[in-house]
Design a protein around this ligand. Structure first.
Ligand SMILES: [Zn+2]
Length: 103
């Protein structure tokens, strides 16, 4: 099942898309402001960079799913994601149940 955006739903998707684009921009800025990775890199900074990059990847994947029309579905089980979760982190790609079972 795919989301068929109509009316208010489309507006909501547009809103989430701008959220995603803003998140992508911020994360990209963050990555450039972190000093480049080196041999003597502080592990805390390395972890920070990795997590920023991971979110950036997820943001791009979410934008791809929007283009594909599958945005808002759990990539693992296909169930619709809670709007509240999408509002909080628009790049989430799986439901709580799947997120917990994949840990
Ligand atoms: Zn799921």
């Amino acid at each position: 099942m795919t989301l068929k955006p109509t009316g208010a739903q489309r507006e909501y998707l547009d809103e989430l898309r701008s959220e995603l684009l803003r998140a992508a921009y911020q994360r990209t800025q963050q990555l450039t402001s972190l000093s480049p990775a080196g041999l003597d890199e502080d592990p805390v900074q390395a972890a920070h960079r990795a997590s920023v990059r991971r979110i950036l990847d997820q943001v791009h994947e979410a934008l791809d799913r929007m283009d594909a029309g599958t945005y808002g579905e759990c990539v693992a089980c296909g169930r619709l994601l809670a709007l509240l979760d999408l509002r909080r982190r628009p790049w989430v790609d799986c439901c709580d149940t799947c997120a917990r079972s994949s840990v």
